[in-house]
Design a protein around this ligand. Structure first.
Ligand SMILES: Nc1ncnc2c1ncn2[C@@H]1O[C@H](COP(=O)(O)OP(=O)(O)OP(=O)(O)O)[C@@H](O)[C@H]1O
Length: 590
């Protein structure tokens, strides 16, 4: 019940701006339903007036008139045309309302994701976040487009037909309704079984997608290790699960229509048989009797249409309710906290981490009492074994997470006191894994400063040592990059992100040195590019190749989240501790 309440609240929120169109659309359905249940009455009139005419014509000396017959036939046609016309317009309006409102929902969800803290993306699989857009919003669209209005129109039709039948003849109405309870129970049972199978099918598909995702992500390892046959063999059970579940789902859903057809025919037989019997034994005149049976034959068919539709819709609605609940869950997540009012300006003095403690999860502390000060224009290098917390320090400087203890200050002001976006505007980050967007090279470089001119972009690319490569491409800076057209090696991608960072001219630079194996020429270029971007800039560098940080003003050695040594390269070598050992080991392999 709570699920339905949440889903309703979500729909009301996103549909309220369309209330006028919705109202007109529902009104049209009302008109269509009224015309649809009214039309059989004119069919009855037509038959009875035709019968009267025939009887009169066959009586010697009598002559009948076809006037009433024509009126009835034209009225019937007019009502059927009205039905279809109103349904057509309402259908078109529904399609527009559904696509517009799902567009609003999509925009709302996408906007919400942009405001989420990094922690949310750490703890949620990309595939699951994406399925909110692909699967959940699609289910909502299907439900809105096909189901929501159908419920209204079919429920109205069902009630209207029953009302009309009783208005016309209560006895015949009871005869027509006699078999419907069994039909409704049968339809509900089938819908319930079909739902169970659809749930199985969805779960099996999610498992299979997870497996495919993992295998595709690890394709290179899979090929190198020659595990293709094993990968295919392990895929089979997942595939089988989906196949069996979808077969069963289709079987139960497929049963519904024939079963309802069967009930409808049975009902038709009852109506014709008992109807004729009643007419014959109730002393009704033949013309009216015949007309009454024909009218009820029509109603009996109209009665079964809503039962079939409503049970088919049930499954569609179920999926939409689940989708709306999943999206609401995301929308209710807290936004990234941004209470600070101060606007970060150019750095005057220093950035300092003071006794910083931090944990991603409460049960495991990552940083313990870390203190680092970097003066304006200085370069601090962070070194340490893998998992020692280097990237974590960088994440905190950009306020991707809040601290558990201690503080980080920017010219003496705590990071929380700054407006988050102004702070991040001042910070430039070059990550190990460079991010490239499906845009032109030009737009990729000026991603952080979309108004930059070609000259400025080229200057940044020159400093980043990637300009010559770009100029060697046929479309140069207009070259479009896409996942299918991966022109850059990982080293070149890092040069491109260095160019992007140079262009934004950040006050504080965070640089995570690429660990990927790049050739020596590219490595030298990366080094030059890094030197260029760091020149006269306050910077934090995570260094993996220690020879790149020999000139750092301060080297901070982290181990298990704690600072164990600090000083210049010479100081640390003299100290002959952890850093000296690390350095000596690397030099042996260089
Ligand atoms: N988002 C996260 N959620 C939970 N734990 C995390 C998260 N990111 C990192 N950790 C954990 O924090 C610890 C420090 O990780 P971090 O990435 O800061 O190390 P690092 O020194 O940068 O390592 P590397 O040199 O391998 O990049 C690791 O034990 C890691 O498992």
């Amino acid at each position: 019940m709570a699920e339905i309440k949440t889903a309703l609240a979500y729909f009301v929120k996103n549909l309220k701006q369309y209330w006028r169109a919705l109202f007109i659309s529902l009104l049209l359905i009302l008109v269509a339903t009224y015309a649809q249940i009214k039309a059989p009455l004119y069919l009855g009139d037509a038959i009875s007036s035709l019968t009267d005419y025939l009887v009169a014509s066959l009586t010697p000396g009598g002559h009948g008139s076809l006037h009433d017959f024509y009126v009835a036939v034209f009225s019937m046609i007019a009502f059927y045309v009205l039905t279809e016309f109103a349904l057509l317009i309402s259908g078109l309006m529904t399609a527009k309302i559904s696509s517009d409102s799902v567009g609003v929902m999509r925009r709302g969800l996408f906007g919400k994701l942009q405001k989420m803290p990094v922690r949310y993306f750490d703890t949620h699989q990309d595939g699951k976040v994406l399925s909110l857009f692909t699967s959940d919003l699609d289910n909502i669209f299907t439900a809105m487009n096909n189901a929501v209005f159908q419920i209204f129109s079919q429920a109205l039709l069902f009630a209207g037909v029953i009302w009309m039948m009783f208005a016309k003849s209560a006895t015949m109405a009871w005869v027509t309704l006699a078999s419907t309870p069994i039909a409704i129970i049968g339809a509900l049972l089938i819908a319930k079984y079909a739902q169970v199978q659809i749930n199985h099918q969805q779960a099996a598909t999610a498992d299979m997608n997870g497996y495919i995702n993992e295998q595709l992500a690890g394709q290179t390892v899979l090929l190198t290790e020659g595990r293709q046959a094993d990968s295919i063999e392990k895929f089979e059970p997942f595939n089988d699960q989906v196949r069996v579940a979808s077969q069963k789902g289709q079987f139960y859903s497929g049963l519904l229509n024939p079963l309802m057809q069967g009930f409808s025919l049975l009902n038709l037989a009852i109506v014709i048989f008992f109807g004729s019997w009643l007419v014959l034994h109730n002393g009704m005149d033949k013309a009216s009797g015949l007309a009454l049976v024909v009218v009820f034959v029509n109603y009996s068919q109209q009665l079964f249409q809503p039962i079939t539709s409503l049970t088919t819709i049930y499954n569609v609605l179920q999926l939409a309710v689940t989708g709306a609940n999943r999206i609401t869950e995301v929308e209710e997540e807290d936004d990234e906290v941004n209470n600070g009012k101060k606007i970060a300006g150019p750095l005057k003095d220093e950035i300092a981490l003071k006794h910083v403690d931090f944990a991603y999860n409460p049960d495991r502390q990552i940083l313990k009492d870390v203190s680092i000060t970097v003066k304006k224009g200085q370069m601090v290098a962070l070194v340490g074994p893998t998992g020692s917390g280097k990237t974590t320090v960088m994440n905190l400087l950009n306020r991707f997470y809040d601290l558990s203890g201690g503080e980080i200050t920017y010219d003496g002001t705590k990071l929380q006191d700054f407006d988050l976006y102004s702070l991040r505007d001042r910070v430039g980050i070059v990550l190990q894994e460079s991010v490239i967007f499906s845009k032109s090279i030009m737009d990729n470089i000026r991603y952080g400063r979309p108004d930059a001119s070609l000259k400025e972009v080229q200057e940044a690319a020159k400093q980043a040592r990637i300009h010559d490569f770009i100029m060697s491409l046929p479309d140069q800076y207009d070259t479009q990059i896409s996942p299918e057209k991966d022109l850059f090696s990982s080293g070149q991608k890092q040069l491109l992100s260095i160019a992007r960072t140079i262009l934004t001219d950040p006050v504080l630079l965070i640089l995570d040195e690429a660990t990927s194996n790049v050739d020596t020429v590219t490595e030298a270029k990366i080094q030059e590019a890094m030197d260029n971007v760091m020149a006269n800039r306050t910077s934090f560098v995570i260094a993996h190749r220690l020879k790149t940080i020999l000139s750092a003003d301060q080297i901070v050695v982290l181990k298990d989240g704690q600072v164990i040594e600090r000083g210049s390269h010479e100081d640390l070598i003299k100290k002959n501790g952890f850093y000296a050992e690390l350095y000596t080991n690397q030099m042996v392999f260089e």
